[in-house]
Ligand binder design. Structure first.
Ligand code: BG6
Length: 478
């Protein structure tokens, strides 16, 4: 393993849900597997009045992940809690002291990389950047330059205008190479595999187009509800929480042209072309092509009637020569029958010999759980006639690879520490995604788009079946 640079990581929003359920457990897991830099300090910034010790107790109480006491002890030695309130910039006055390298490491002085993780509500992102600047936290000492990077959680903005504004604000303090806009789906092994599957297997490229592909479906289905994130979710909804980022990023990877190399810029250039080629909805095209839903129990969970969608399904098209006329179905929702994320590529029938009744070939990328790639094929049923059977060629990760699959956040933390932006999103990609999403929100607002109710544990609103069936399709992911 490469030597990782000496790093001081500061998490803003350290007592929040994301930090407690994902970030801290991931860092401890990395500790357990010796994946952290030898010199690594973590500064946890939160509003709660806690000491480093009581912060750790608070975390241990909240987390469901189990670690050995030895690992926790080793990790705890790296952590300092810093209490401050983002609405009161003065409360950050002591942070520079805490981050000062000598004090933190007591080792030979060099300017350690300073990494800042913005894990707060998005409305604070621009403030944090200002605080870092005014508190002198972006500079090295008089002898050394310092590497500074920031990692910004999603949602990045709330629409195109606010995303542009946020980009503008952040670019006042950092350059694009320092900004890591996260979408944890890009860190998932199976999502990274999309690039490899497509461009390391020569049989796919010649048939990866409208001549051979009938339609594509991406489904991100969840069985859990919103839980204790109701306030956040009420301002976001399924469209902005999942479609704008996770779903569109996977679409970009499945639909993009071959990048000229594996550099972050080449890959992001190609993703951008897909995102910019999505056809925005108009007041005419939105009818019948977008379904918004809410599970019945949401009202009780939210404590009031709200207009937040917990489900969204849509049919769109990518206006590029490769994809002209190919329906793209995208779907994401909460409290559905099960948790599963899949991308399925449905091929057209080309041969007529066995009639139209035989099944289409379908290539399915099972992103999670039970990670796999499956190809639906037709075979002859053994016997004296010629009867067809539709079965699956199944490449399952669990049987093919005996090692543990690294978690998305683990991979992304390592990339952040090492300065690799390949799995992070560039400003123009974010803006192109918002442009598409805005076209939906604006038309929903204009039309007072109704919410289709659905029962928890079901497959979602009835109307979403119609969305696909009018083209004689069915949702593939069940
Ligand atoms: C997050 C969303 O980005 O992704 C959550 O904010 C959602 O609402 C989660 O539950 C799903 O992630 P995963 O990795 O569990 O599929």
């Amino acid at each position: 393993q490469k030597t990782l640079p000496a790093t001081v990581l500061t998490i803003f929003g350290a007592t929040g849900d994301l930090s407690l359920t994902h970030l801290l457990p991931t860092l401890i897991h990395m500790e357990e597997h010796n994946l952290l830099p030898t010199t690594f300090k973590l500064v946890c910034v939160g509003r709660r009045d806690l000491t480093t010790k009581s912060f750790f107790e608070f975390f241990t109480e909240k987390t469901t992940t189990k670690f050995s006491p030895q690992v926790i002890k080793k990790f705890a030695n790296r952590v300092t809690y810093f209490q401050a309130n983002l609405d009161d910039h003065q409360s950050f006055a002591g942070l520079a002291q805490v981050l000062a390298d000598k004090q933190i490491t007591k080792q030979k002085h060099e300017c350690y990389n300073r990494l800042y993780y913005f894990a707060t509500a998005p409305s604070y992102f621009a403030s944090i950047a200002k605080i870092l600047k005014t508190q002198g936290l972006l500079i090295g000492c008089t002898d050394h330059e310092r590497t500074i990077r920031i990692l910004v959680e999603k949602p990045f903005g709330n629409n195109l205008a606010s995303a542009k504004e946020l980009n503008k604000e952040l670019l006042k303090f950092f350059n694009e190479k320092q900004i890591y806009r996260i979408d944890h789906y890009l860190g998932k092994e199976t999502v990274q595999n999309l690039l490899v599957m497509r461009f390391a297997n020569d049989l796919f490229e010649p048939i990866w187009n409208s001549k051979y592909i009938d339609h594509i479906e991406i489904s991100v289905l969840e069985s859990l509800g919103v839980g204790n994130r109701i306030n956040f979710y009420n301002q976001t909804g399924a469209l902005k929480d999942s479609m704008q980022n996770h779903v569109l990023q996977m679409l970009a990877l499945i639909a993009m042209e071959e990048p000229k190399d594996l550099s972050p810029e080449s890959i992001r250039n190609q993703k951008l072309k897909v995102l910019s080629s999505l056809v925005p909805f108009t007041s005419k095209t939105i009818s019948g092509n977008v379904v918004r839903g809410q599970y019945i129990e949401y009202k009780k969970e939210a404590g009031q009637v709200t207009n937040t969608e917990t489900y969204v399904a849509l049919k769109t098209e990518i206006k590029t020569p490769r994809w002209k006329g190919v329906p793209i179905y995208l779907r994401s929702g909460k409290r559905l029958g099960k948790k599963v994320t899949e991308i399925s590529v449905h091929f057209k029938k080309q041969c007529e010999l066995f009639g139209s009744e035989r099944k289409n070939n379908v290539l399915t990328f099972r992103i999670q759980p039970d990670e796999s790639v499956q190809l639906q094929i037709n075979n002859k049923i053994p016997g004296f006639g010629i009867d067809l059977h539709s079965g699956t060629l199944d490449f399952g990760y669990k049987t093919a690879f005996l090692t543990e699959i690294p978690s998305a956040y683990e991979r992304l933390f390592l990339d952040f520490i090492q300065g690799d932006q390949r799995l992070f999103i560039r400003s123009d990609e974010i803006e192109a995604s918002w442009k598409f999403i805005d076209s939906i929100v604006n038309n929903w607002n204009k039309k007072n788009a109704p919410l289709q109710k659905y029962v928890s544990g079901s497959t979602g609103p009835k109307l979403s079946e119609k969305l696909v069936s009018k083209n004689n399709h069915l949702w593939w992911t069940k």
